[in-house]
Write a protein that binds this ligand. Structure first.
Ligand code: PLP
Length: 428
């Protein structure tokens, strides 16, 4: 099941959309098929991957972690070294280049925590495309560092004020915009989910991670026992697993957000939790954290990238068939993994990726010593300083924030600044 059949992965997937979205989806599917077998397109993409993203990313052997964990050889795929700090740029660049070939001049995207918006804004700046990012008003307020970066890249950030004013409302707004403007506009969806053909497209652009790992292991004679990745919507994991899915080994393990516990609203465990249901939401069939009426349930995770209520359809199917195992990692365990790899290997994991790190720490002794566990470090942790510092050193951090506020309030520049940035916009 390395790709979909008519948009389905067994019982999951599909294209459950309003009539107005059929045309842009069909057009996209056709263009994707054409360009993925076009030599010039693939060569251009390769050069951008090498010179702009910084591929290939290293496969790092972690000697101290291996010794301390006392089992398998621990390796880390350093996706976090990609330009913009995470794997999301692989998909953003791929889709933006495709859109450009299709003659589109404008890009829209949805974003929750802002990581996908940031990657898309950067890709648009690099490729000379106009960019609008829809983001729930609440997310805009709490994710200012990413909003600031998107504006620096020249994107317009639209605060969505409908519904719960978070990610799912941003998705709805992006879909509406796309339906109205698809002649000029491409919608860059951020994870391996949504209506077909997006799950296939996003997996293909992220499969560069897994293909590199396969080659790197072959070149160095590494025998893989298990591969571990964190799972939000599922793009880094499915790209990382993709070349290995049709074989019976290695073990493929997805780490979901276990949050603060197993109760409803305490986690985002779509595959391991008991609040999860099958449903059709935002254009595709999969497993979701929804109630019996199909209304979304609240989710929770310390990592902003893992708290989406749904999971990509291919992963849902691979979970059902047993090819991919899932495990829930609690906030506390992810924080411990951040400390562990920072201290012993000098590598700062993003909180999302630290869920994969924590899962590897748990299973290291289940894998023989002559085999490897490969952890996909989907992102680096610099972006998390506002979340990790209040946990690791709360008093000092609070003192720092107070002093920053004082410094800014007494600064003349702030009082002279315009209230609204020139790129800001609001939607209802
Ligand atoms: C967004 C994000 C994720 C989760 O998204 P997937 O689509 O599941 O990969 C994981 N890690 C990082 C660093 C992210 O920014």
């Amino acid at each position: 099941m390395a790709k979909s059949t008519d948009g389905f992965f067994d019982r999951y997937g599909g294209k459950y959309v309003a009539e107005v979205l059929r045309r842009p989806l069909d057009e996209l599917e056709e263009a994707f098929a054409t360009y993925m077998s076009d030599k010039d397109f693939l060569q251009e993409l390769d050069i951008i991957r090498r010179d702009y993203i910084g591929r290939e990313t290293p496969l790092y052997y972690a000697p101290t972690a291996t010794k301390l964990l006392g089992g398998a050889q621990i390796y880390i795929k350093m996706e976090g070294l990609a330009n913009t700090g995470a794997h999301k740029i692989n998909n953003a660049i791929g889709q933006c280049l495709l859109a450009k070939k299709m003659g589109k001049t404008r890009i829209i995207a949805e974003t929750g925590a802002g990581q996908h918006g940031l990657a898309t804004a950067a890709a648009c700046a690099k490729l000379g495309l106009e960019c609008t990012v829809y983001m729930g008003e609440i997310d805009v307020r709490r994710q200012q560092p990413n909003v600031a970066a998107m504006e620096l890249y020249g994107a317009k950030v639209c605060a969505v004020t409908s519904g719960s004013r978070t990610l799912k409302d941003a998705v709805n707004e992006a879909m509406r915009d796309w339906a109205a403007h698809f002649d000029t506009t491409h919608y860059v969806l951020g994870s391996a989910l949504g209506p077909a053909p997006f799950p296939d497209i996003v997996r293909e652009f992220q499969s560069v991670i897994g293909k590199e790992v396969q080659q790197q292991c072959k070149d160095r004679g590494i025998q893989i026992g298990a591969m571990v990745a964190c799972v939000g919507g599922g793009s880094n994991s499915i790209g990382f697993f993709s070349p290995f899915i049709d074989a019976p080994s290695p073990r493929l393990i997805g780490a979901e957000a276990g949050g603060i516990g197993p109760g409803v609203g305490e986690n985002a465990s779509r595959m391991t939790g008991n609040a999860s249901r099958e449903g059709i939401v935002q254009g595709y069939k999969s497993r979701f954290l929804i109630d019996e009426d199909g209304q979304s349930l609240p989710t929770r995770s310390i990592s902003a990238g893992l708290d989406y209520m749904g999971i990509g359809p291919q992963l849902a199917a691979l979970g059902a068939s047993g090819r991919v195992e899932f495990t829930a990692i609690r906030d506390q365990e992810a924080l411990e993994a951040v400390s562990f790899f920072a201290k012993h290997e000098g590598i700062l994991f993003a909180l999302e990726s630290a869920h994969a790190g924590a899962a590897a720490m748990k299973i290291a002794r289940e894998i023989p010593k002559d085999q490897a566990i490969i952890i996909n470090m989907s992102g680096r942790g610099d972006k998390d300083v506002f979340i990790t510092s209040p946990v690791f050193r709360p008093a000092k951090w609070l003192e720092f924030l107070h002093s920053e506020i004082e410094r800014l309030e007494s600064s003349k520049d702030i009082h002279d600044a315009k209230i609204m940035g020139e790129n800001e916009c609001l939607t209802k």
